[in-house]
Design a protein around this ligand. Sequence first.
Ligand code: SF4
Length: 357
Amino acid sequence: MSISDKLIEWYKINQRDLPWRHTSNPYYIWLSEVILQQTRIEQGLAYYKRFIQKFPTLKELADSTEEEILKLWQGLGYYTRARNLSLTAKNIVFNLEGVFPDSYSELKKLKGIGDYTAAAIASFAFSRPHAVIDGNVIRVVSRLFAIRESVDTTSGKNEIKRLATSILNYEKPGEHNQAMMELGALVCLPKSPLCSDCPVVSYCVAFKENRQHEFPVKLKKVKIRVRYFNYFFISDGRRFIVVKRSDNDVWRNLYEFPMIESNSLFSYRTVLDNHSVRKMFKFVSPKLADTRINKLHVLTHQKIYARLFWFIIKEEDMDNAAKSGFLITDTLTFQTYPVHRLMELFINDIGMNDTAV
Ligand code: SF4
């Protein structure tokens, strides 16, 4: 029995029952793979169901606006994935006659589809022999073969791919790949691998040498960028100001309160005298409310210290803000806008979900 046969046999008995495993529809498989990147299965499952319900076909996804997709995606993070979902759906429906490409190389030409997703769609939907390499597979392969090279270098990645392909089942690449990923998720765990339950323990070099915890080898440390965001909730008691993020930064095309980034957070005591604040809101004469909301928001490569300043302005000042090009909204309308997680936290703290502002 080959290593792959053992894996597949184990997978048939132990796999978790997940909806995208009961289909070979490339649209559903693509959707599930995009949603599950950097996301826990439990959280991803709820989003997957919501997307399938709202957009049962690729055509319906392509016919929707990016804003609708971002709204449905809200809370999942890594919003580039949602924007690419929109672009690629439109591309397939309007430029490729609605037919999902069935080869790895053609799939990789699509926006947001890299090595991992292309191999997943090609093998799960079209039974093409490509090894899927995700974090779980990297851990399993690096332990099975006790790979000494760091998996974050190009040669280390190539080595993982070569060895993952060397054990691939060319007859059943989809099942093989699912089994590898499931083994990493359920048995070959990062901290405490359950080697006594492992179907391929007899092949595992790291187990034989009792060195499971040494793999995968990683050299590079992720650099974290620290940022300071000063947010301004500017309200006349009925309406408030929002902006749509448009620059090439985190949360592009999502809505938020006006914000000024700085080298450190502005102080509550001096914020009204701050040069940048006065310049940005020169059309109003605000009063600072006595509400203090501070947040630390951590993204994969960024740590964001955020502070919310609540400015109370007069109704005529709000009209001036509208004339200056700011977007004015109210609580009810704002609920239809896609926002990022930090905004959601601010909204909860302000109490906008319960009461009209
Ligand atoms: Fe992972 Fe242990 Fe199985 Fe090796 S034997 S692949 S370390 S679970």
